[in-house]
Design a protein around this ligand. Structure first.
Ligand SMILES: C[S@@+](CC[C@H](N)C(=O)[O-])C[C@H]1O[C@@H](n2cnc3c(N)ncnc32)[C@H](O)[C@@H]1O
Length: 466
C-alpha cells in the first residue's frame, strides 16, 4: 500500500541538529530537517514519522534565513560533498563546536568544557585526495528527467555518487575541494572518453571499461593519478594515459589499476606505474611522508599539521616514554612525535600503510619506531605489550566506528599514564570516553575542523590515568 505523503508547509526551522541537519517543532514533535538552516521557513517533506520525532527534507525554501551565505558551487544541493556551503564559515564552526559539546555532555557524561575549535585556513581547495567514479548511469534531477525526450539516453557520468543511490553518479564539471588541477584531470578524461566512445562501468551489470580515478596531490608539488579500469585493453589504455599526460603535464606519477571485481575497492588489486615513482611525498612539520596510492593520509594537509601539533602538546613527551600509535596509517602521528619519545610502536591493518610507515621512518632517519600490520584487537595482546614494552602513552586514531570494546578493555588493563584519542566522530568518541572513564579522566578536548562545508568534526582528547 502506498503511504500518504506528508508535507509540512511554511515550517519554521529553529535550531541546528547533529550531523548537518537542522530542526523545528510541530505539535510537540521534533522534526529533523535536511537541506535547511536555522531561520529558514520551508516546505518539508516527511521521510520518517515516529511517535516523538520525524525526519524530513526541505523541498522548497519559502523564506531564506539571514544566516545563509551564497553557495559557491554549481553542483550544490545535488552533490553530497559540501552540504554546508550555504552557511558562512564562522557559523559552521559554531555549529560544530555545539555538536561536539552536546555529544560529550549527553553521551560522554563529561562536564569539562572544550577548547574552541581550530578553524581551517583554507576553506576551498583544502583536500589532497579526491576520487571520481565513471558510471553508465548519470543522475538526473526530476526537472532534467522531464526535459529528456522519451528515446534519449542521457549518457554516462564521471563524478560523485549520489547520496543513498549506489549506481547513479552526478556528472561533476567543477569541484572546489582540491586544487583546480582536479578539474583538468577529470574533464580531460571525460572529453577523451566521450570522443573515443569508451564504455563506462555499470555496477549492476558488471560491465564497462572505465571505473574510477583517484587523484592525490601534495604541498611539495607531487600529483598522483590512478586510473582504474574494469578490464585491460593495452592499446586504448596507453592512448588515454598518453593523452592525459600530454594535457596535464604537472602529473608526477600516473598509475593504472585493473579491477575485474564487482566491488570498487582496490586494496587487494595491484597498481601499475605508467610514469613516475608510483608515490608522492608530503611534508608535515620537519618530516617527509611517502604517500602511495592505497595508503591512508589525512586529507587536509594544513589542518593535519595543526592536529598533530595538538597531539604533540597533549602527549607532552619528555623523551623517556614508550608510545603506541594505534590505527597508525602511514605512521604519521608516531613519526611526528618520535623526536621526544624513547620508542614508537605503530599498528595498522593495511599492509601497504605499514610498508609506507616503515619506509617513512627510514626516510626521516628514525630508527626507534617500528610498525606492525594487523587488527589492533588481535595484535595488541599481553605478549605484544610484553615484547615491546608497557606503553606510557597510547595514541589512538580509529575510523568513525570508534574503538572496539575489546581494545578499550585491554587499554584499561594495561593502564598507560596517558591516552591521546584522535577521532573523526564525536559520538563514538564520547561513547568510548565514557567507557574509559573508570580508569581515565578526560583533561582536554580540542576540536579541529578538517572538513570545511561538511558537518564532520575531528576532535582530540587527552586522558590521564586516575
Ligand atoms: C583515521 S585513520 C588514522 C591514520 C593515521 N593515524 C593518520 O593520522 O594518518 C584510521 C586508520 O585505522 C586503520 N584501521 C581500521 N581498522 C583497524 C583495525 N581494526 N586495526 C588496525 N587498524 C585499523 C585504517 O587502516 C586507517 O589507517
Amino acid at each position: 500500500m502506498k503511504r500518504k505523503k506528508i508535507i509540512l508547509e511554511n515550517f519554521t526551522i529553529t535550531d541546528y541538529a547533529a550531523e548537518g541537519k537542522a530542526l523545528g517543532r510541530f505539535e510537540g514533535k521534533v522534526v529533523f530537517v535536511e537541506g535547511a538552516v536555522p531561520g529558514d521557513v520551508a516546505d518539508v517533506l516527511i521521510t520518517k514519522n515516529k511517535k516523538d520525532w520525524a525526519d524530513g527534507k526541505a523541498i522548497v525554501i519559502k523564506k531564506f534565513s539571514e544566516e545563509r551565505a551564497d553557495p559557491f558551487c554549481i553542483h550544490f544541493t545535488i552533490c553530497g560533498g559540501c552540504k554546508w556551503q550555504m552557511l558562512p564559515y564562522e557559523k559552521q564552526l559554531e555549529y560544530k563546536q555545539q555538536e561536539a559539546a552536546d555529544a560529550f555532555k549527553r553521551i560522554g557524561k563529561l562536564t569539562i568544557s572544550m577548547l574552541p575549535i581550530i578553524g581551517s585556513e583554507k576553506i576551498i581547495h583544502y583536500r589532497n585526495k579526491l576520487e571520481f567514479t565513471f558510471s553508465k548511469k548519470k543522475f538526473l534531477t526530476p526537472h532534467q528527467l522531464k526535459e529528456l525526450h522519451d528515446d534519449a539516453w542521457p549518457g554516462g557520468a564521471l563524478g560523485y555518487h549520489v547520496p543513498k543511490l549506489y549506481d547513479k553518479i552526478i556528472d561533476i564539471t567543477e569541484c572546489w575541494l582540491m586544487d583546480d588541477v582536479n578539474n583538468s584531470i577529470r574533464n580531460t578524461l571525460r572529453d577523451f572518453s566521450v570522443k573515443n566512445n569508451y564504455s563506462y562501468y555499470d555496477i549492476k551489470e558488471h560491465k564497462g571499461w572505465l571505473r574510477n580515478i583517484i587523484i592525490r596531490n601534495s604541498t611539495a608539488g607531487g600529483l598522483l593519478v590512478n586510473i582504474v579500469f574494469g578490464y585491460d585493453d593495452k592499446k586504448e589504455r596507453e592512448k588515454i594515459c598518453n593523452h592525459l599526460l600530454e594535457k596535464v603535464p604537472s602529473i608526477t606519477t600516473l598509475l593504472y589499476t585493473i579491477n575485474t571485481k564487482w566491488n570498487d575497492t582496490i586494496y587487494d588489486v595491484a597498481t601499475n606505474i605508467v610514469t613516475g615513482k608510483g608515490y608522492i611525498i608530503e611534508k608535515l612539520g620537519n618530516f617527509n611522508f611517502k604517500i602511495s596510492p592505497k595508503s591512508f593520509f589525512q586529507t587536509n594537509t594544513m589542518q593535519a599539521e595543526k592536529l598533530y601539533n595538538v597531539v604533540n602538546d597533549f602527549a607532552a613527551l619528555n623523551g623517556n616514554e614508550i608510545v603506541y600509535d594505534l590505527y597508525c596509517g602511514t605512521g604519521s602521528i608516531g613519526i611526528f612525535l618520535s623526536k621526544h619519545a624513547k620508542k614508537i610502536i605503530g599498528v595498522d591493518v593495511i599492509e601497504d600503510a605499514i610498508k609506507d610507515a616503515n619506509e617513512n621512518a627510514a626516510i626521516n632517519n628514525i630508527n626507534h619506531a617500528s610498525f606492525f600490520c594487523g587488527d589492533v584487537i588481535e595484535i595488541c595482546n599481553d605478549a605484544f605489550f610484553y615484547l615491546h614494552g608497557k606503553p606510557d602513552v597510547i595514541v589512538v586514531d580509529p575510523p568513525r566506528a570508534g574503538l572496539h570494546e575489546k581494545l578499550i578493555n585491554k587499554i584499561i588493563e594495561i593502564a598507560p599514564e596517558k591516552i591521546v584519542y584522535v577521532s573523526c566522530n564525536v559520538a563514538t568518541q564520547a561513547r568510548d570516553l565514557q567507557l574509559l572513564h573508570e580508569k581515565f579522566s578526560v583533561k582536554k578536548l580540542q576540536p579541529v575542523d578538517m572538513f570545511p562545508h561538511t558537518h564532520h568534526i575531528e576532535c582530540i582528547a587527552e586522558l590521564r590515568l586516575r
